[in-house]
Design a binder for this molecule. Structure first.
Ligand SMILES: Cc1cc2nc3c(=O)[nH]c(=O)nc-3n(C[C@H](O)[C@H](O)[C@H](O)COP(=O)(O)OP(=O)(O)OC[C@H]3O[C@@H](n4cnc5c(N)ncnc54)[C@H](O)[C@@H]3O)c2cc1C
Length: 402
């Protein structure tokens, strides 16, 4: 069986990994973008306790009008993709339980994967959700569990100016660059062929699925479209719209000279800013959820704001020196739930995207689900959840299937 993976981000790589381990012939087609991909430029938290972003209509309206950190919305984007914004606001309050179940299952797969493959990802166990107000931490702990921390505990972990936090021991933090390139090497060692080119179109004919790239084409029995925030453009040629909108996030990498500037990574919940240290050399500060299309220019006000938050709340921030700013585009569907499964009307075209702000966390389970479907096995997830994340919820044109 020949499977083409269109887009080799973390989702495409985990899908390849599970297929290769079953002896499938896998070709990954990816542009290898110079500026990196979301799977390299993110906070690196693997969390079973997270929820969907809270994008109510009033928050979106405030975000258009001004600076509503961490969410920013451009008016041009809102007008251009009004249907997505309307659907997303209507999905407010729906699906957190689905996300929690998927994330929980994925965390187990990570533990299995990391212990069996032995890839060094600068793994840290335990993640803090920190708040300015202690009461907010208590409220969160009531819904997700975890240990409540007070101001003094947070100071011991390396954070100041915060009233309370929740420490969840089972959540993990990794260095996303090490995870991405470690997994990429592993799938290549397992026999994946990697084609560096841009996918332009997809066609189905009697030979299978033909993927048209810049310099020719490749043929497959099945394909998985896992091109992150670019899935919509790729799916256009087959008449399907996964309704995926990019949400830009910003990453500032800092050089450090010693380990332990912070003793646990934290999400500073009031700002949506994440702080993590990898080994003794790297501090990562990430933030923003910008619905502004695939814009690549970064306003200095944004980096200044992120640095300001880190300086205010990381006790030893003075020992870190920012050296590069990167960005990633989270692939967000119109109900902020994943889009995983077979594309309606096609027997041999699958999609795995829409993992939004939890794509690192949920990539193993996304890969496991879609690989099981291709192998004709039952996916390791309840039918109810598979229906909630099915590509069929966004329709699809009636096309003659192979
Ligand atoms: C700032 C930030 C912080 C985040 N923090 C976390 C976190 O702490 N925890 C968490 O779980 N998630 C986090 N995320 C979300 C996570 O990074 C993403 O959901 C995830 O990386 C998406 O993976 P992907 O494989 O779907 O997409 P991508 O990583 O975007 O990969 C898509 C791939 O498709 C390729 N591609 C696109 N178009 C084409 C084409 N036409 N032809 C060929 N190839 C193509 C690209 O080159 C790319 O390699 C964060 C994201 C950001 C931006």
């Amino acid at each position: 069986m020949r499977v083409g993976i269109v887009g080799g981000g973390i989702v495409g790589l985990f899908t390849s990994y599970y297929l290769l381990r079953r002896g499938v012939n896998v070709t990954i087609i990816d542009t290898d973008p110079a500026g990196g991909r979301a799977s390299e430029n993110n906070a690196g938290f693997i969390v079973s306790t997270a929820s969907k972003p809270r994008l109510s209509l009033s928050l979106l309206a405030r975000a258009v009008l001004g600076f509503q950190a961490p969410v920013r919305v451009s008016l041009a984007r809102l007008v251009r993709n009004a249907r997505w914004f309307l659907k997303v606001s209507r999905s407010y309050g729906y699906g957190d339980d689905i996300i929690a179940k998927i994330a929980r299952r994925s965390l187990d797969l990570y533990i299995e994967f990391l212990s069996s493959e032995g890839i060094d990802v600068d793994l840290v166990r335990g993640v803090i959700s920190a708040f300015k107000k202690w009461e907010d931490a208590v409220m969160l702990a009531k819904s997700i569990g975890g240990r409540v921390l007070d101001e003094r505990d947070l100071r011991d972990h390396g954070y100041i100016g915060l009233g309370g936090g929740v420490y969840v021991e089972e959540d993990l933090s990794i260095n996303p660059l090490k995870l991405y390139w470690g997994l990429r090497k592993r799938v290549e060692d397992l026999g994946a062929r990697v084609v560096i080119d841009e996918v332009r179109r997809i066609r189905v004919d009697e030979k299978g699925v033909v993927v048209i790239v810049g310099k020719g084409s490749t043929e497959h029995d099945y394909i998985v479209i896992s091109a992150g925030s670019r899935c919509g453009e790729i799916c256009r040629s087959i008449g399907y719209n996964p309704m995926v909108e990019p949400a830009r996030g910003i990453v500032i990498l800092h050089r450090t000279k010693r380990a332990g500037l912070i003793s646990s990574p934290a999400l500073l919940e009031d700002y949506g800013v994440a702080v993590a240290q990898h080994g003794s050399e790297l501090l990562r500060v990430t933030g923003f959820f910008e619905l502004i299309g695939h814009r690549v220019k970064i306003d200095r006000r944004l980096t200044g704001w992120l640095i300001g938050i880190a300086r205010k709340h990381v006790k030893n921030y003075g020992e870190a020196e920012p050296y590069t700013v990167r960005m990633g585009f989270r692939p967000c569907s119109a109900d902020l739930l994943p889009v995983i499964g077979r594309i309606p009307s096609y027997k041999n075209i699958y999609i795995a995207t829409g993992l939004c702000r939890l794509g690192i966390t949920m990539a193993p389970i996304a890969g496991k689900i879609v690989s099981s479907m291709i192998l004709g096995e039952s996916p390791p997830m309840d039918q109810e959840i598979l229906s909630a994340i099915s590509p069929a919820r966004f329709g699809g044109r009636k096309v003659q299937a192979l």
